[in-house]
Design a protein around this ligand. Structure first.
Ligand SMILES: Cc1cc2nc3c(=O)[nH]c(=O)nc-3n(C[C@H](O)[C@H](O)[C@H](O)COP(=O)(O)OP(=O)(O)OC[C@H]3O[C@@H](n4cnc5c(N)ncnc54)[C@H](O)[C@@H]3O)c2cc1C
Length: 380
């Protein structure tokens, strides 16, 4: 039996996902093209937290600076740590490196980015259950049984992207399971940030840091036996670094893209565009993804600025679309090419991160690097 549709509304652009990628795109495109009708759909609830380290890298800080954005105090977390202690549990290696991360509350950061979006964008806090490619536009079914029709579809829906899975099933990304646990921070004088390698439990890496009144241990694991591997590794870490991680406050898990090949980075085709982690844009060597999400949102908005949104894309009454949807050689066909071109350097940079990951995640090469102490901090 088909579900009864309650309301149907038509937009020029529907964006699924209001993470840093979707909210940056929504803000910049609506500022540049105030007459466009845009829907931004996200199923996050106010009490929901995306599993994330919430560390804003210097690249991400640069992306914000380029957009003349300054972080409000409400986004800040405590403490700010400028060194990451890298340890290898198997090989007994320990080295500290300087890092310029900004420690923040990830949920507050996302909500702050959403708050900057002009009012003309309809923000729908709902889950998109299903998307179809209809004759005259995309049809998005929402949790509320409302339907949305749109001419352009933007997949900003993160690592487990429904847009990518639905329309590009052959463009698979290499996904791991990220697991994070929160514990009460008992010793407020002990503030450390660790990057943890342990070849026995994961060929990726893990992290440990302080966030306000909590400490967090998290890592990325192959899908099979991920939880058991996480527990084993966490216990090894706790014993070695003398932390009591028995008092668990919260456990969270989600998929994270762990890119291995350049071809896993994919930007979409026709009227469907992927940005942020949905496009596979995340560093394989650090899981740093916020800067790439912001950057791709901005670059896609730049590509869209050259599109003429007058007829024939939509008719005067805004409600009907004509048969130009997906017509080859339509001027908008160049849109995806422009977006890909704008992202070329970033794609290359992410390829280099994949090489860096190959080096760092190889126990033998890691040993050489860490023993060499190149770039390591010297403590007196
Ligand atoms: C455990 C972990 C720790 C990380 N730590 C860091 C870090 O410290 N620093 C850093 O830079 N990066 C970090 N990352 C990576 C970073 O979180 C992501 O790369 C970044 O959030 C990607 O942004 P995005 O906008 O593409 O997607 P997301 O931030 O994932 O946003 C996608 C949004 O889409 C919504 N959505 C998805 N599907 C639907 C649907 N069907 N209907 C409605 N809404 C939907 C989700 O609710 C979500 O709000 C971490 C990742 C993980 C998993």
């Amino acid at each position: 039996m088909t579900e009864k549709v309650i309301n149907q509304k038509t937009y020029d652009i529907a964006i699924i996902g209001a993470g840093p990628a979707g909210s940056t795109f929504a803000r910049l495109i609506s500022e540049a093209k105030p007459n466009l009708s845009i829907a931004l759909i996200d199923d996050r609830q106010p009490d929901w937290q995306k599993p994330c380290g919430g560390l804003l890298s210097s690249d991400a800080q640069k992306r914000l600076a380029e957009q003349k954005l300054t972080l409000p105090k409400s986004v800040m977390a405590d403490p700010q740590i400028f060194a990451v202690r890298t340890i290898d549990l198997e090989q007994n290696l320990d080295c500290s490196y300087q890092r310029g991360y900004f420690n923040m509350d990830r949920n507050a950061f996302d909500e702050w980015l959403i708050s900057l979006i002009p009012n003309q964008v309809s923000i729908l806090r709902q889950r998109c259950k299903n998307i179809q490619d209809g004759e005259d536009g995309f049809i998005l079914q929402l949790d509320s049984k409302d339907e949305i029709k749109s001419h352009y579809l933007i997949g900003a829906d993160g690592a487990a992207s429904m847009v990518r899975r639905t329309f590009f099933p052959n463009k698979k990304s290499n996904n791991y399971i990220a697991i994070q646990q929160q514990f009460k921070r008992k010793d407020l004088n002990r503030a450390e940030y660790y990057c943890v390698f342990d070849q026995v439990t994961s060929d990726s890496f893990s992290w440990f840091f302080n966030k306000n009144e909590y400490i967090v241990y998290g890592g990325a694991f192959p899908k099979q036996n991920s939880r058991a591997c996480f527990e084993e590794q966490k216990n090894k870490f706790a014993e070695k670094m003398n932390y009591d991680l028995s008092d668990i406050l919260k456990t969270e898990a989600c998929q994270v893209v762990f890119p291995r090949k350049k071809k896993e980075i994919f930007f979409g085709s026709d009227n469907i565009f992927l940005i942020g982690e949905a496009a596979g844009l995340i560093s394989a060597s650090s899981f740093e993804g916020i800067s790439y999400a912001i950057e791709s949102g901005k670059k896609l908005a730049t590509a869209f600025q050259n599109v003429n949104f007058e007829d024939p894309i939509k008719t005067e009454n805004h409600l009907e679309f004509n048969a130009h949807h997906k017509v080859k050689n339509h001027p908008e066909q160049s849109l995806i090419k422009t977006y890909e071109k704008l992202m070329r350097k970033t794609k290359f940079k992410l390829k280099l991160k994949m090489y860096k990951r190959d080096i760092l995640c190889s126990p033998f090469l890691r040993k050489i690097i860490m023993r060499s102490k190149v770039h390591a901090l010297k403590f007196r």
